[in-house]
Ligand binder design. Structure first.
Ligand SMILES: Nc1ncnc2c1ncn2[C@@H]1O[C@H](COP(=O)(O)OP(=O)(O)OP(=O)(O)O)[C@@H](O)[C@H]1O
Length: 262
């Protein structure tokens, strides 16, 4: 049976500019993501990807529309309830790692569980297991400044899943990594997804996107295309490149038409 992880209904977001204008960033987004899916959000710069992710992450409130995550209507939560929902039900991986510099990586990874007052022995065991699983066990006791970018992102991935969140969210998680470290992180995400994790991430990168089973493509604050993986990862990669090429051409044509008929 399919279980919905995200149900977004006609979600809009607008801002008021300093000059009294309304800037529409999300123009009515509707989509469903099933539990166990690995979904990528792609689209040109400024199309609203991060805004959509932040609204789903309860970091930002939509202007109108409804969003349910793992059965919870997140648009009705007050500030304290949203913070609690984020801490218990969501995991985050950002481009710039967001590790706390004054904590060892073990303590960074432990943080989400420690904040939930989980028993110390359980926290310690889970940290050790994840560090081994993600290939960073030898770095125990070190501080983030002593780690490479790839190592930091693996620590961030461990921190994102230690409390077994319902949904893992990523904003350009491979954006700052070289191709080797990006591949290692994508293997980790793919492994987590095979074990049942639901993952939604924003990415510009076709290689990163090809680990997903579905791509939602945004343009001008709307979902304009959807691509489902049906074959191998390599085939999906080529389909994503074709989609990006086709969309670039559309953007180029639209810009040329605007220039010709201002
Ligand atoms: N707080 C804000 N006030 C006004 N406009 C905003 C605000 N936050 C975002 N925007 C505008 O919303 C649009 C979408 O931004 P968003 O960061 O969601 O795009 P994106 O697709 O993630 O872009 P990128 O790929 O460059 O990160 C942009 O035009 C941005 O300037």
């Amino acid at each position: 049976m399919n279980v919905s992880m995200i149900e977004a209904q006609n979600v809009t977001k607008h801002y008021h500019s300093g000059r009294g204008q309304i800037i529409q960033v999300l123009g009515g987004i509707t989509f469903t993501m099933q539990a166990g899916e690995f979904v990528g959000i792609m689209g040109p710069s400024g199309s609203g990807k991060t805004t959509l992710l932040n609204v789903i992450a309860t970091l930002d409130a939509p202007s109108t529309g409804a969003i349910r995550i793992a059965g919870t209507d997140i648009t009705t939560l007050n500030a304290r309830q949203s913070a609690d929902f984020r801490a218990r039900r969501l995991g985050f991986i950002f481009q710039d790692y967001n590790l706390l510099d004054n904590l060892t990586i073990d303590d960074n990874i432990a943080l989400p569980l420690a904040l939930q007052h989980a028993p110390a022995a359980e926290v310690k065991a889970r940290v050790a297991r994840l560090m081994t699983e993600f290939g960073i066990a030898s770095l125990a006791g070190r501080y983030p400044v002593e780690l490479s970018g790839g190592q930091k992102q693996r620590a961030a991935a461990a921190r994102a899943v230690i409390h077994k969140p319902a949904l893992l969210l990523g904003d350009e998680p491979t954006g700052a990594l070289d191709s080797h470290n990006a591949a290692v992180l994508l293997e980790i995400l793919t492994h987590l997804n095979r074990e049942g994790a639901s993952i939604l991430m924003v990415t510009h990168d076709a290689v990163t996107a090809s680990s997903c089973n579905r791509i939602l493509y945004m343009r001008d604050g709307m979902l304009s295309r959807e691509l489902r993986r049906t074959g191998t990862r390599q085939q999906f990669y080529r389909e994503i490149l074709a989609l990006l090429g086709e969309q670039d051409m559309n953007v180029g044509t639209a810009a040329a038409l605007r220039e010709a008929h201002p």
